[in-house]
Design a protein around this ligand. Sequence first.
Ligand code: SF4
Length: 498
Amino acid sequence: MTAGWTEGPTEKCGVVGVSLADRDAARPLYYALYALQHRGQESAGIVTHDGFQQYDHVGMGLVGDAFAEADLDGLRGRVGIGHVRYPTAGSVDSSCAQPFSVSFKSGSLGLSHNGNLVNAEEVRDDLEGLGHAFTSDGDTEVIAHDLARNLLDGDLIRAVRRTMDRVHGSYALTIMHDDTVVGLRDPEGNRPLCLGRLDDGYVLASESAAIDVLDGELIRDVRPGELVVLEPDGSGYETYRLVERERTAHCFFEHVYFARPDSVIDGELVYEVRRELGRLLWEESGIETDVVMPVPDSGRAFASGYAEAASEARGDADDADGDGADIEFAEGLMKNRYVGRTFIMPTQDARERAVKLKLNPIRSTVEGRTVTLVDDSIVRGTTSDQLVELLYEAGAEEVHMRIGAPPIVAPCYMGINMATREELIASERTVEEIRERIDADSLAYLSIDAVAEALSRSRADLCLGCVTGEYPYDIDGEATDRDVNRPVVGDEAAGADD
Ligand code: SF4
């Protein structure tokens, strides 16, 4: 992400759930949340159950700050769910921190949600009309109340099915009803969720890296529209495909930017997808330069794939002995890792300073040379011009920019804090106009078809809303890319599942 640290979209959330045979769930959940920290830094929380009652702890900040040893000791029970959050829908304070937990007539409920409902307001209005009182403005509480209501006269599976009939949008959830943990993915599979096996139980998590950190084994992704129910004693799981659609809508941005490179999402190792995107970028718009370098860290895998394909194209792919014939892949921009995400930049001057604080060119790799700078995407583009300028200042003769995703032309409504149309540099500009603005010698983006190829998917099974302006959900004022309608909320017939 060009200057993802100053302007990039922010992920949503990470969710996890475990069910273990003979040890408390709190610490495995805590470690898993650490592995998912990149998906949310605003708050972290865990809810557990010991067969009698529910325990919860939610704190603001990073996982390491949100929990003290005593907090983990107080979270009793062998089952639980966890959450790391970045604000999407809902206000930025502890009332929206998750997991959301509630007690009601037929038990207790905890929810961790990744994604964003498109029709939360309608469902909330309906529930308020039925007497439900809400404590936050987040969409997770809407799901929790709807589910709690459905649980009053149905079992968990039937209740989940009814709620799925009413909510519209993106959700990957881990839910704990009393001491049963379940995972649920929306019928389009927009957000990731996977299932893993541990020595003494099972785990559900947004990304497989969280399973790795627990020494577990990835079983598979939870399927779109599927409910996975973990046995409370950690002995197994059952699955129910509650809704099946012809087309999925996986968020392609997970592979491009959000997910950890070491995670496997929807069957594809993220790192390899990024390298393949880089290779395809070379095939579509490669340009011979002396050196290929990534924007750290987001462009690294893309740049390595791009440089490898460039070297192969030159016919010297076997030149691994470093005699100088390969296209050089170099780290030409050094990153200061101690400039955090919280660096405040109210003025243009401060923003420019931020780029210099964050990245410093290595003059010897740049001076007197032609450079290809590779990144995963450009969102607002407010710092791309400064990156190009940094390289010129360090003596680059030419700077060519290559982007491993298509231009982002529209906002995301599915839980990613992208930007508004007005803020997106590509929403009203041609590639040539953007090139002029960032002052690069050339600029090229990857095509949508190449994205689909790298993800081994058909275009029809991806969400491409932010690059096409057509969405897989029925969103007010926006076009859809398929035949889709919001559920009619309040119509009891719409909620029937049989
Ligand atoms: S609009 Fe873009 S970022 Fe949002 S879910 Fe779709 S592909 Fe992902």
